[in-house]
Design a protein around this ligand. Structure first.
Ligand SMILES: Nc1ncnc2c1ncn2[C@@H]1O[C@H](COP(=O)(O)OP(=O)(O)O)[C@@H](O)[C@H]1O
Ligand SMILES: [Mg+2]
Length: 470
C-alpha cells in the first residue's frame, strides 16, 4: 500500500493539517464573521433610524400633503444612505396592523415585503432590528416607532441590502479556499522534499542490513549526519564490525579445530594401515600401538576441550556451586600430578594457610582450572623446574596461584595465550587449555591473570568467597 512509505505518510500529515486549518476557518471563523458584519450593519441602521427620523415624526398631525411626506421620506433616505419606508399603524379588531404610507424607492416594488419589524416595533414601542428576504436578496431593517399624543402612530423603517456583507464573506471564503489549495500543494511538496532524503537514507541502511543478512560482512552503513538516522547508522556500522569480527573468529576457530582434529586422525589411519602389515615384527608393532594410543588420547583430550569451550561460549555449561574447601581441591589436584612430576623431575610445593580456605564454587571446575595451570607449568618448562601452588583468602576473595621457575612466556605472547588454539608451537598441546580456564574463571565471577618474567611465571586465579547475589 502506498501509505507504507514515510513520504506518503508525511505528505498526508501535512495535508490533513492544512485541510483542518481551512475547514476550521470556513466552518467556524467565516460564519461568525458574517454574523458580526450583519450585526454592525443593523447597528448602523438603528443609529440612522434614531438620527434621521425626527422630521418624519414632526410631520405627524401636521397637514402635510402626500407629496411633502414623500419628499421628507426621500430626504431622510438620502441622509441615511438607506431606503426609508414610512408605515401607518391602525388598531383594528385583530390588533395592530401596519400599512405603507410612503417609500423612498418608489420605483422598486415593495409589495412582497411584510415589514414584520415595523409591527414588532409598534407593539414594543422601541426600535427593533431584523432581516427580511426580498427579491434582491436579504434586507437588514431597523424600525423606529413614532409617537403622537403618547401612542405609536407611525413606524419608520430604514432598510439596506445585506448583499455587501455576503459579498465580503464570499470574497474572503474564495480567498481562503485559494490559499488552502495553495497550502495543500505546498504541504505535499514540502512533505515529499522533507521525506525524500530521509527515505533514501533509510533505504541505504536497509540495503546494508540486507547485505549483512546475506552474509556479506563488508557492507558499510554511511553515517551522513548526526541526527537519529545517523545514530542508527553508527550503531549498525558498529554492530556490523562486531559481526565481522565474530565471523572472522568463528571461521578461524573452525579452520583450526578441523585442522587439529584432522592431524591425529590422519596419523591414526596411517598407523592402522602399517599395523595391518603381516610381516611386522613385535617390536615395531608395539611402537606403532603406543603411537596409536597417544593419538587417541590426544583426540580424546581435544574433543573434550572443544566441547567444553563451545559449551562455555554458548553459555550452556552448568555450574554447581557449593561450599567448598579450596585447600582440599588443591591437594587432590597436586596428588594427581605425582607421576608427571616424577617423570619431569620437578618438585611441587603447596602453600596453604593453617585455616581452611572456603569458597562457594563448583569444585569440579576449580579443579579443572588448576589442572590446566599445573599441567602448563610442567609441559611448557624444562625438566626439573619447580612449581608452587598457593591459596589464600582476603577481602571476600579467594586467591589461588600457580607459579613456576621456568623460562617464562615471551612478552609478545603474554596477552595472546588466553586465545583459543594459541600455542608457543613447541609443545604438543592444542592451545585450548588457557582459553577454557579463562572462560571458566569468568563464568565463576572470578579472574585469571598472568605475570611472567624469566625464572618466574605466576598464574593468579581469583574467586569470590561467596557467589554474587544475582
Ligand atoms: N607456565 C607456563 N610457562 C611458559 N609458557 C606457558 C605456561 N603456561 C602457558 N604457556 C604458554 O601458553 C600457551 C597456551 O597454553 P594452553 O592454552 O594451555 O595451550 P597448550 O598447553 O595446549 O599449548 C602455551 O602454548 C605456552 O606457550
Ligand atoms: Mg596447556
Amino acid at each position: 500500500m502506498i501509505l507504507r512509505s514515510i513520504s506518503a505518510r508525511l505528505a498526508l500529515a501535512f495535508l490533513v493539517v492544512a485541510g483542518v486549518a481551512v475547514g476550521v476557518i470556513t466552518l467556524y471563523v467565516l460564519p461568525s464573521l458574517q454574523d458580526r458584519l450583519q450585526e454592525q450593519k443593523l447597528a448602523s441602521l438603528k443609529t440612522a433610524a434614531r438620527t434621521y427620523s425626527r422630521p418624519l415624526r414632526q410631520a405627524i398631525g401636521s397637514n402635510l400633503d402626500e407629496k411633502a411626506i414623500d419628499s421628507e421620506v426621500r430626504a431622510a433616505a438620502d441622509r441615511a444612505n438607506a431606503r426609508v419606508t414610512l408605515l401607518g399603524v391602525t388598531r383594528g379588531t385583530e390588533g395592530l396592523t401596519t400599512y405603507v404610507i410612503s417609500d423612498s424607492a418608489e420605483e422598486i416594488d415593495i409589495s412582497d415585503l411584510s415589514f414584520a419589524v415595523a409591527l414588532e416595533a409598534a407593539k414594543a414601542g422601541r426600535v427593533v432590528t431584523g432581516t427580511e428576504a426580498s427579491d434582491e436578496g436579504r434586507l437588514g431593517q431597523a424600525a423606529r416607532p413614532l409617537r403622537y399624543n403618547g401612542r405609536v402612530a407611525r413606524v419608520v423603517v430604514f432598510s439596506s441590502p445585506l448583499s455587501d456583507v455576503n459579498e465580503t464573506v464570499d470574497l474572503i471564503r474564495r480567498r481562503i479556499l485559494v490559499a488552502g489549495g495553495l497550502a495543500v500543494v505546498v504541504a505535499l511538496l514540502v512533505g515529499v522534499l522533507v521525506s525524500r532524503p530521509l527515505s533514501l537514507r533509510i533505504r541505504r541502511l536497509e540495503r546494508g542490513a540486507r547485505q549483512v543478512t546475506a552474509g556479506d560482512f563488508g557492507a558499510r552503513f554511511p553515517v551522513g549526519s548526526r541526527d537519529e538516522l545517523g545514530q542508527l547508522a553508527r550503531t549498525l556500522d558498529e554492530m556490523q564490525r562486531q559481526l565481522a569480527q565474530l565471523d572472522e573468529a568463528r571461521k578461524r576457530f573452525i579452520a583450526t579445530a578441523s585442522h587439529e582434529l584432522r592431524t591425529p586422525i590422519f596419523s591414526l589411519s596411517g598407523f592402522v594401515e602399517l599395523l595391518l602389515d603381516e610381516d611386522l615384527d613385535e617390536e615395531t608393532r608395539r611402537t606403532f600401538l603406543v603411537q596409536v594410543r597417544d593419538q587417541v588420547a590426544r583426540l580424546r583430550t581435544l574433543t573434550t576441550e572443544l566441547l567444553d569451550l563451545s559449551r562455555l561460549e554458548a553459555g550452556s555449561l552448568e555450574l554447581r556451586p557449593e561450599r567448598t574447601d579450596v585447600g582440599t581441591i588443591v591437594r587432590a589436584v597436586a596428588s594427581e600430578f605425582l607421576p608427571a612430576l616424577s617423570t619431569h623431575g620437578s618438585h611441587l610445593e603447596l602453600r596453604l594457610p593453617a585455616t581452611t580456605v572456603e569458597a562457594v564454587c563448583d569444585p569440579e571446575r576449580v579443579a579443572q582450572v588448576l589442572r590446566i595451570l599445573v599441567d602448563n607449568a610442567l609441559v611448557h618448562t624444562p625438566p626439573g623446574t619447580d612449581v608452587v601452588v598457593a591459596a589464600s583468602q582476603a577481602d571476600g576473595r579467594v586467591a589461588l596461584a600457580v607459579r613456576d621457575s621456568g623460562p617464562g612466556i615471551r612478552h609478545a605472547d603474554v596477552h595472546r595465550i588466553f586465545e583459543p588454539f594459541y600455542t608457543s608451537g613447541d609443545a604438543p598441546g592444542s592451545g585450548l587449555g588457557l582459553a577454557i580456564a579463562h572462560e571458566l574463571a569468568e563464568r565463576m565471577h572470578g579472574r585469571l591473570t598472568v605475570e611472567s618474567q624469566p625464572g618466574r611465571t605466576t598464574f593468579s586465579f581469583e574467586l569470590p568467597a561467596r557467589p554474587p547475589t544475582e
